[in-house]
Design a binder for this molecule. Structure first.
Ligand code: IMP
Ligand code: MG
Length: 401
């Protein structure tokens, strides 16, 4: 009996897909419980790269796969991904909210109407969750039963001219075949001794309550949302893997206190291949921000950390890590205050990491001294053990500490 959550400690794209794949051997089932097709979780297996958007990243390992009631389900994308991955098992909760063409259209429209663009992925995520709260969204069970979405008054209010008559018919058969009570199934599996792996999408700083609002996504991204988004009892989760990169990235607009520009940013972006896996947009990059990571560790109740992409920093002539924020000249570890006041990051300067043969460093378990310095700093500032260090895309390029 084991229930583990894998959660992002930054602005998404921390490497959750790789971590899920890495530990999936120890689990029987993998579960998505938040977000939707805005997620892009990359797994590289035998040199072949697969990007998962809606289906859990453990799909390549033949696990039982679940999409919980907290997920925004775009049925077309779900079916396309299903046909590509051909998983042996997939169960989708009937209560999950369905993303319709109206939601996708409205996502673009709202970006136009808002004064400042958020830079959403355009996958209809905000409108899907908002329309759920307006109580007009169709659920998976509605579409499965062939009931078309009916937003009549909303369509005219927003000037939408699409016609969704007959839309549900395209998806009802597939959804009927794969629909079931995920919440109940997960508890039964757990009680029969099976191990469950919950895979969060996006990252803590994109959480609509705790993140850098309004530059956030529209479903909760933190580990406690498992109890809502999968209907799994919160007191049964005892293991939370916090995934973080050795530097910071963000795709889309919003505050980013340790952001870099110029040649240093270009090098990190190129070496880390920091381009959106869902949208292809270049990601903004910057130094690791341990003030925000510490905040994320606390909110998620992280019990172990996976530190990713260390190799990307090797060969840079400088290595900085933000460890405090200054407000009015006073140094503190208070992240929440930065949500309404501009902080000045205060950096620790570490010895830069030399170019390294990472494959043999990982194989022998002997990381360069400078890499260990970074690991120690992360542990000291967060109070949590770094359990896994990763320095490359393949599963083998990771070492447990
Ligand atoms: P939305 O989730 O498409 O509404 O986008 C809201 C914000 O979250 C934008 O800044 C997106 O770039 C960001 N975002 C959404 N999903 C992801 C993700 O999976 N990784 C990284 N950023 C994301
Ligand atoms: Mg991603």
């Amino acid at each position: 009996m084991k229930a583990t959550v894998v959660v992002g400690l930054q602005w998404g794209d921390e490497g959750k897909g790789k971590v899920v794949d890495y530990i999936s051997d120890q689990y029987d089932a993998a579960v998505r419980f938040n977000g939707g097709a805005n997620a892009g979780h990359t797994v590289v297996l035998n040199g072949k790269k697969t990007v998962f958007h809606l289906i859990p990243s453990a799909a390549l390992r033949g696990k039982l796969l679940f999409i919980g009631p907290g997920v925004a389900v775009d049925p077309q994308r779900l079916i396309d991904e299903y046909n590509e991955v051909k998983p042996g098992h997939l169960l989708v909760d009937p209560r999950a909210t369905v993303t319709t063409p109206f939601d996708i259209w409205l996502d673009g429209k709202l970006e136009e109407l808002r004064g400042s663009r958020i830079g959403t992925t355009g996958r209809g995520i905000g409108p899907t969750y908002a329309n759920r709260l307006y109580r007009v969204s169709p659920r998976v069970c509605d579409v499965a039963m062939g009931k078309d979405p009916d937003f009549g008054p909303l369509y005219s209010a927003f000037g939408y001219s699409g016609d969704l008559n007959g839309w549900s018919k395209m998806y009802s058969e597939f959804l009927r075949q794969h629909m079931g009570d995920v919440s109940q199934e997960l508890l039964s599996l757990y009680e029969s001794g099976k191990a469950l792996l919950f895979e969060s999408a996006q990252g803590t700083l994109l959480d609509p309550i705790y993140g850098t609002y309004p530059f956030v996504t529209s479903s909760n991204t933190i580990a406690p949302y498992v109890s809502i988004g999968a209907g799994f009892p919160f007191n049964k989760v005892d293991d939370v893997v916090g995934v973080m990169k050795a530097y910071q990235t963000r795709v889309g607009a919003g505050p980013f206190f340790t952001e870099l520009s110029g040649p240093m940013a270009d090098r990190i972006r190129a070496r880390g291949n920091e381009y959106g896996s869902t949208t292809g947009r270049p990601r903004r990059v910057g130094w690791l921000d341990l003030v925000s990571v510490r905040y994320a560790v606390r909110l998620n109740g992280v019990t172990r950390i996976a530190l990713m992409k260390l190799d990307v920093l090797s060969g840079l002539e400088r290595l900085l890590v933000a460890v405090r924020y200054r407000y009015n000249g006073k140094a503190t570890v208070d992240f929440a205050r930065s949500l309404y006041e501009q902080p000045e990051p205060e950096y620790a300067e570490l010895d830069p990491m030399p170019e390294t043969d990472w494959a043999s460093a990982i194989r022998s378990g002997r990381l360069p001294r400078e890499a260990l310095g970074l690991v120690e700093l992360v542990e000291r500032e967060t109070g949590v053990k770094v359990w896994l260090v990763s320095a490359g895309q393949e599963r083998a390029m990771s070492v447990e500490m």
